[in-house]
Design a protein around this ligand. Structure first.
Ligand code: ATP
Length: 345
């Protein structure tokens, strides 16, 4: 696969805070991430809250720097570049769409100024060409020209998210990262925004990384799904296989509750909360909630193994077999003893 962006051995470690004050603890937000995004590809990222999805997303567009490891854009390490070159390569991180457009957009700036800002900062074209580009961007995302002088507060939630999408496209990025782009919106406009993203992807040939808790949407939008658990990428699955053929128990549990299955079943229970990212469990981090875990899982984090379908790989000592249905797994999970670490917690 030709890489547009390649993340290699990336770790992100933060200093922990308590009551706004730094403590001695470290937060392991991302651990040993390897990921390749191809031009034009859509990759969905799933996992429970706190599993590192936003951290990975921010690395991909150069908003954050890895504590160790590399992020390369078309084969060139972003963080070995001079700052100006890095900004020109990834648009200074502008290719990112956040969850809540009300907080992501500067309330005091008009739509025109919001969209001109990245063009001015990066000195794209003449002032007249920048004005043309603003009009073009508004048309691309379906905003009427009359809204150019409006402030974010005068727009609907859906219109604000269209402005945020237009801003993300201002510098012609090859990759756009959307971090929960519809979760703050009314249900009625969510489908419109998702369809807009799909349409822009086709028209502009964008690669899209799509972070979401909405499993159905991820499946519908993506070519490939990345499952994250406690800072680690634990599975990469072609989207068409993710509900019934994922091999990692965590992916199967996450997708087991997918609504709309022809033959609905009870979801595989995920016992207890995600452990703290300050003290992740030894070995496989999912083992404290996994019905298949044994002693080896507490010792060793397995390397990636390839599944039978191209592009499908997972990290698990006791993967789900391709012949096992989700119904089988629900029965296994119900019959398995609760993992010690959860029972003792
Ligand atoms: N700047 C920071 N300082 C300290 N800890 C942080 C910082 N940013 C993120 N974290 C921690 O890193 C871990 C991963 O966070 P991240 O936001 O990437 O998770 P997420 O999967 O995107 O969660 P959510 O779905 O809730 O957005 C969490 O434990 C989070 O509290």
């Amino acid at each position: 696969m030709t890489a547009l962006v390649e993340v290699s051995g990336a770790h992100v470690v933060h200093r922990a805070r308590s009551g706004g004050v730094f403590t001695r603890d470290r937060v392991y937000a991302l651990t040993g991430a390897d990921l390749v995004i191809a031009p034009g590809e859509t990759v969905g990222v799933v996992g429970e809250s706190g599993c590192g999805k936003s951290t990975l997303a921010k690395l991909l567009v150069g908003v954050d720097r890895p504590t160790s490891g590399t992020v390369a854009f078309r084969g060139r390490d972003l963080w070995s570049m001079a700052p100006g070159e890095r900004r020109a390569t990834v648009g200074g991180g502008t290719g990112m769409i956040f969850q809540d457009p009300s907080t992501a957009l500067n309330r005091r700036l008009t739509v025109r100024r919001i969209l001109r800002d990245p063009l001015d900062v990066h000195r794209r074209g003449t002032p007249a060409e920048r004005e043309d580009r603003v009009r073009e961007l508004m048309s691309l995302v379906g905003l009427p020209p009359a809204l150019a002088d409006g402030l974010p507060g005068q727009l609907s939630g859906g219109q604000r998210q269209r402005v945020a999408i237009a801003r993300a496209l201002a510098l012609d990025p090859e990759l756009v990262v959307a971090d929960e782009p519809t979760s703050a919106l009314d249900v009625s406009v969510r489908a419109q925004i998702l369809n807009l993203l799909l349409d822009l992807r086709e028209r502009l040939g964008l690669a899209l990384v799509f972070v979401s808790h909405d499993i159905q949407t991820v499946r519908r939008m993506s070519d490939r799904v990345i499952t994250m658990y406690l800072g680690r990428i634990v599975e990469e699955t072609p989207a068409a296989l993710v509900t019934g053929r994922a091999r990692h128990p965590y992916t199967r549990a996450l997708f087991s509750a997918t609504p709309g299955l022809l033959d609905p079943i009870d979801p595989i229970p995920l016992v207890g909360p995600v452990p703290s990212a300050t003290r992740p469990p030894s070995g496989c981090p999912f083992r404290t909630r996994c019905w298949k875990a044994d002693d080896v899982c507490a010792e060793i984090m397995p390397d990636f193994a390839a599944a039978s379908a191209p592009g499908h790989r997972f990290r698990c000592h006791h993967p789900v077999q391709e012949t096992e249905s989700t119904r089988d797994l629900v029965a296994q999970a119900a019959a398995a003893p609760t993992p010690d670490s959860v029972r003792d917690a």
